[in-house]
Design a binder for this molecule. Sequence first.
Ligand SMILES: [Zn+2]
Length: 483
Amino acid sequence: MAYEALYTRGRPKTLSQLIGQEHISNALARAISNGKISHAYLLVGTRGTGKTSTARLLAKAMNCDKVHEAQESGRPLEKKEIPCNKCDACKNFDSSPDNVEFDAASNRSVEDVQRLLSTAYLAPLRARVKTFIIDEVHMLSFEAVNSILKLIEEPPPNVAFFLATTEIIKVPMTIRSRCQVLNFRLIPQTTIAPYLLKLAKRLNVTLQEDAAKKIARLAEGSMRDALTYLDQCYAMADKEITLSNVDETLGLISDESLDEIISAVKAKDRAAVGRAITRAFSSGLAANAIAESLITRLRDIEFEMLDAGEKNFSDLDKMIDALRKSVSEMYGSGIPDIILEMTLMKLAAPVQNFAAAPAFVPTSAPSENLDAGRKIFYDVAKSLSAEDKFLGATFDQAVVKNFSGDVLTVAFKSDGMARMFEMSRQRFEERAAQVVGREIKISVAVDESLPPPVFNKMSETDRSNLAHAMKTFKASDVTKIND
Ligand SMILES: [Zn+2]
């Protein structure tokens, strides 16, 4: 016997089996019981949330003998009876010529769609109601939309339309306003995981709870995706699906490997970070997949900490921010592995608390510290000036005042100059980190006691650059240049 995908087998057979959309199934059950069914529904929601399944259930229910009997006798129907799945109409539904289904996203020709829609004017062959289920309705051609519009404005007798879309804003208002709109929600992980466990039990497959949770998380609200993932794992596993089966089958990095990287970063142990990331790469995973998994894992850890009453996540948040930035840098880059490595290395760099850095520090540092600071400043300034003359002119006016605890204090005589330097401070710090190999913070101070800038030592180009810069920033001592 051919293997039937779980997605097909897991499809709801009655409204009571519609998972995660109780607000819709309840409302529909009431409407059907009261005989208040609309002839046009617009089913809106993300992929895999049950739109097409619901459309099929409704189409089937409109033709179900038992549903009709109940409606005629005024007996309220339960969700599990909608539809009955036992009467002839229900049994023949799947092969019924009176139920027309198509996907507007597939490459059907305009003529094809028009021909299918034109059959709406013909009486149903066997069924009570002729039903049209159209997926991705926002992809229909202009002509097709107009035909549908005409059909729902003046519906032929015994015809019902189920229009499904993932993008409501692309559906013309004229259609939206004439349909009963059903909004499908993303299905929470806490609903998907227990459902998977139940389904696995029915199939006599042992599915471990953490494996079910992982699949539910990956599905991101889509039951179809969850079932597809489960299917893939089921095909590869041997009677039992474990967390590592899920990781292996779906090509994921294990939580242990992720935790290894995270702990190494937290411990500021760069050697360990290097080893952990090399191991992750050697399993054949792409850098962006690793970075994204790290972000998800960090988020999970935050939630666990939150549950445990923890409040301080600044370390984790910093990691998430840096990784998110690195993921966007990776797109279109030829060196994604290096970007990830550098991001993690930077995160693992020893950090100081700079919050209390004073605005002005007189020269009191031991001279060897000051020399080291001057050397760093000189090296960075040289490297940046080579790229940007404008910056170079500012650096010439700086005096290194102090260097301690990886904070380099740079003073300027004028406030304007200090502000100008402040604007490129981040760039300076980034370059410093590259040059020195660790994080260096720059503190900018104003020291009016400094001797006036010696402009005559400057080259002609630097002078004109500085003059331009000072004018732009309205620095007070700009006149001195013109002397
Ligand atoms: Zn039936």
